[in-house]
Design a protein around this ligand. Structure first.
Ligand code: HEM
Length: 478
């Protein structure tokens, strides 16, 4: 698969000319650490805001920490701090190994890395000081948006260079997903942050904002997430993906149907009904496409089910896939208008958001962090038990959060439908919201275990011999 790869413990394979390491390990490591730092910021925001729901918000009356602002810090840091940094780590590792060429420039990589962390700090500061942009998921302050646009472009240029250099060679499916996502993300960010704000107000702007929100998940997070799965799963199992043809169906199905889903965020709104019906149909179509991808991955695992027990990364990946299938199945059901009549505006939606953002992509991220960290620090994980604790605490936390909020959403929907007083709904929701905070504590506890374990592992003495496994293998060709 890669022409230029030679194994070179610790520093990554060499790229040939000038003996420049193929993978810039310091950058990969930096993005993982940054991702974890922002993850803690985001988690703290989520935990604090969740206490507002049962009137125990710890900072009442402090404008700088008002709950609405903290909520935006929570969501934005999850997307741009945790997930984006993690994905850059995964791509900085996998793209050079799949193409045989290093990123365009290590200097540019460092500039992107530090610039991005500064941007994130400004986003947090801007939101907390009341400068959020009034566009859902586009809350990054208007004065920071141009910097984000330029920086994402810089990051993309750096990563796209090795892919372009493969000119003429067939690209592995991971690289299709990444390449498409680069184009889509840049266009989507510009569309969502500028058009509703400056050019198209009202219902038209809402339709565009819906498209932006959905594409942020569907055309940025999803393709990079799946691209990474197509890389890591065959690489760890040491066997090719089951069907190349199905991976084609998954890719083109996503490309075709996903962008049409956006308006399903605004069902029963003033957006014309024919656009809403279109979104409903294409959402169901996405579920069919997703099924092909899931079948492909589970067939790849056929006969190797035990790796779910023995390999933590594989367990994380497949846990995320089960969540992905659940989330998409849920999508196909919840976009139906009769179902919307119950769940619209309830906590069901919040449950769904957490399932997709954390139970799916969070699990995949934790999986490849678990796989990469020992290679980056050139030491094996210190404790198997701590890896298990991380997995079980976090997984238990997110799934119980999902189930609690889903049940609550149904309860709220039926109470509203029965025209019960608003106070009844609030009173009966409080035990669920308290439990949601508890599930958040489980997630945080799991993440603390992981962060401590990563730190303790990096501090161990270097083992005498670094094995080939630590350096890692390429995915077998499809
Ligand atoms: C300590 C764990 C967490 C807690 C306590 C928590 C809590 C919350 C709360 C209270 C909200 C606002 C809900 C509302 O406005 O009704 C929220 C929204 C959200 N959170 Fe979390 N969260 C946690 C972890 C996460 C993680 C790990 C992610 C993603 C990686 C995430 C992604 C989101 C998203 C996308 C929303 C927006 C939901 C929507 O608008 O429907 N959260 N979270």
């Amino acid at each position: 698969m890669t022409n230029h790869v030679s194994t070179h413990p610790g520093s990554g394979a060499l790229s040939g000319a000038g003996e420049r390491p193929l993978v810039n390990l310091a950058l990969v490591k930096g993005h993982i650490v940054a991702s974890l730092v922002w993850f803690f910021v985001g988690l703290t925001g989520g935990l604090l805001f969740s206490m507002q729901f049962f009137r125990h918000y710890p900072f009442p009356g402090i404008e700088l920490l008002s709950p609405g602002r903290v909520r935006m810090v929570h969501t934005n840091m999850m997307a741009y701090g945790f997930i984006l940094n993690a994905f850059f780590a995964g791509m900085l590792w996998s793209i050079p190994r799949l193409t045989g060429f290093p990123i365009l420039s290590d200097k540019l990589g460092r500039l992107f890395f530090w610039g991005w962390q500064v941007i994130l700090a400004f986003v947090v500061g801007g939101i907390l000081t009341g400068h959020a942009q009034a566009v859902e998921w586009g809350e990054t302050p208007v004065f920071i948006d141009p910097f984000i646009s330029v920086w994402v472009l810089l990051g993309v240029v750096n990563l796209v260079a090795p892919i372009l250099k493969t000119r003429g060679r067939p690209l592995y499916v991971t690289l299709w997903y990444f390449s498409a996502s680069f184009v889509w993300t840049v266009l989507n960010y510009l569309m969502g942050n500028y058009i509703p704000q400056f050019f198209v107000p009202g219902a038209g702007g809402a339709a565009i904002a819906g498209l932006f929100i959905h594409d942020l998940v569907g055309l940025f997070v999803t393709p990079i997430g799946w691209g990474l799965m197509y890389y890591f799963v065959p690489s760890i199992l040491n066997r090719p993906i089951w069907s190349h043809a199905l991976s084609l169906v998954g890719f083109w199905g996503l490309a075709f149907f996903y962008p049409l889903n956006g308006v399903h965020h605004f069902l029963y709104s003033t957006i014309p009904m024919y656009v809403q019906y279109g979104a409903v149909v294409s959402t169901v179509a996405v579920e069919l496409v997703v099924t092909t991808v899931i079948v492909n991955f589970f067939m790849t695992l056929r006969g190797m089910g035990r790796t779910l027990v023995t390999s933590l990364p594989i367990r994380w990946f497949y846990t995320g896939m089960v969540a992905y299938f659940t989330t998409c199945l849920q999508c196909a059901v919840q976009v139906q208008l009769p179902v919307q009549q119950i769940i619209h505006f309830t906590d069901w939606v919040v449950a769904h958001a957490h399932l997709v953002m954390f139970a799916v992509f969070g699990s995949w991220i934790m999986g490849f962090f678990t796989e990469l960290w020992p290679r980056l620090v050139r030491r094996p994980w210190k404790s198997r038990a701590l890896l298990e604790w991380h997995y079980w605490l976090t997984t238990l936390g997110i799934w119980t959060m999902f189930l609690t909020l889903t049940a609550l959403g149904l309860q709220q929907g039926y109470l509203w439908r029965g025209l019960n007083p608003w106070e009844d709904m609030l009173r009966s929701s409080i035990p669920f919201w308290v439990f949601r905070t508890f599930t958040g504590v489980l997630i945080i506890a799991g993440t603390v275990v992981f962060a401590y374990h990563a730190w303790a592992t990096a501090r161990q003495p270097v083992p005498a011999a670094v094995t080939e496994r630590v350096e890692g293998a390429e995915p077998a060709a499809p």
